[in-house]
Write a protein that binds this ligand. Structure first.
Ligand code: SAM
Ligand code: SF4
Ligand code: SF4
Length: 341
């Protein structure tokens, strides 16, 4: 194992925020077409299937080593749908060995997880987040843009449990008029499971999800609804910058979380960078353009670390804090399926 040589002075951005967390998209394709992310009427079926434009496993390993040098210790693999990337466990095995990365996680829609959970665990993946917007089969299918079924996802969750993943995170994006009625059934299903269900406010990411403010269900409204049925109390964050507000059930049935990106922005503690499958850096979910890292990557991890340090030092993003300010011009925005959640 090559030891990571961290830079003597880790970069801080313009608002004093360090870089800690990398979300790395391994593929831009997806087998679902969730309306809030990649709607079928806006994104063709064959989108993202050109493997040649993606970083190779060698490039990804160098990339992650470069990020580790500038302070990243958390790595989350995402997509598109990461389990569509061929031989993903082989990549996980390589990334799990990188010194400095002490938290290796993945976000998936779970549809293919039953086949891969054990191999991913054996390769060194330690944490899994599974997106799950509904339990009722017809509603689940509708939320996935008519592409997904709930059964394989539930099998995937069971396979992950058998493979040794404990305390899974289950992400539910709640959209007014679409899946609000699934909130209490989801809570009932996952209470006492040892897993953590998290409700995420529908965000105005990308350009194709036809976001409207009145479709956002504020976390406080969901909290009130759940609290009325199963009383909750607030818990402290595990660490500074944790995106989900944690709440526990009074009766000891575990905890749930709320990610209130729209109603309670958390830009002040945002230590996250995102890289698309074709090697572009985005310093915010709402960035208009990315920076191509491949030229620096071609010169090795040390050159890449220098480049990243310069780019991070210039970062000033805080979109969620200034959302809604009248003077904002219309913006170009990267799509969520290119950079993951
Ligand atoms: N395909 C994988 C999945 O769905 O888990 C990984 C990529 S997906 C882009 C990552 C996360 O982004 C998912 O949990 C998804 O629910 C979330 N997401 C996508 N669009 C969103 C939106 N408009 N608002 C809030 N969350 C969104
Ligand atoms: Fe695919 Fe995930 Fe986006 Fe749904 S949220 S369309 S599963 S990338
Ligand atoms: Fe981070 Fe940008 Fe989201 Fe703010 S809007 S929390 S800076 S990704």
């Amino acid at each position: 194992m090559n030891a990571i040589v961290r830079m003597p002075e880790l970069p801080l951005d313009q608002r004093g925020r360090p870089l800690r967390d990398l979300r790395l998209s391994v593929i831009e394709a997806c087998n679902f077409r969730c309306g809030y992310c990649m709607p079928a009427d806006r994104v063709p079926d064959d989108y993202g299937l050109d493997a040649a434009s993606r970083l190779s496993f060698d490039q990804i390993e160098t990339l992650v080593r470069g990020f580790a040098r500038v302070g990243v210790n958390k790595l989350r693999l995402t997509g598109g749908e990461p389990l569509l990337r061929k031989d993903l466990p082989r990549l996980v095995e390589r990334l799990a060995r990188i010194e400095g990365i002490d938290d290796l996680a993945m976000t998936t829609n779970g549809s293919l997880l039953a086949h891969h959970a054990q191999a991913l665990r054996d390769a060194g993946l330690r944490r899994l987040t599974i997106s799950l917007d509904a339990l009722e089969p017809a509603r689940f299918q509708a939320m996935s843009g008519g592409r997904g079924d709930i059964e394989p996802v539930l099998h995937g969750i069971a396979a992950a449990e058998r493979a040794g993943f404990s305390s899974l995170k289950l992400n539910c994006v709640v959209q007014r008029g679409a899946n609000e009625d699934q909130v209490l059934p989801l809570v009932e299903h996952f209470r006492s499971s040892g897993h953590v269900l998290r409700f995420i406010e529908f965000m105005d990411v990308g350009t194709c999800n036809a976001w409207r403010a009145d479709q956002v269900v504020p976390s406080r409204e969901l909290h009130a609804r759940i609290h009325a049925r199963w009383p909750l109390h607030a818990l402290d964050a595990h660490y500074r910058g944790e995106v989900a507000e944690r709440h526990a059930f009074h009766d000891g049935a575990g905890e749930i979380g709320f990610v209130s990106s729209v109603t309670a922005p958390f830009c002040g503690d945002c230590h996250r960078a995102r890289v698309s499958a074709d090697g572009h850096l985005y310093t915010c979910l709402f960035s208009g353009t990315g920076t191509d890292l491949r030229p620096a990557l071609a010169q090795g991890e040390s050159a890449l670390a220098q480049r990243l340090s310069g780019l991070w030092s210039r970062r000033g993003d805080r979109y969620s804090e200034i959302r809604g300010q009248a003077a904002q011009p219309p913006r170009k925005r990267v799509e969520m399926f290119l950079i993951g959640g």
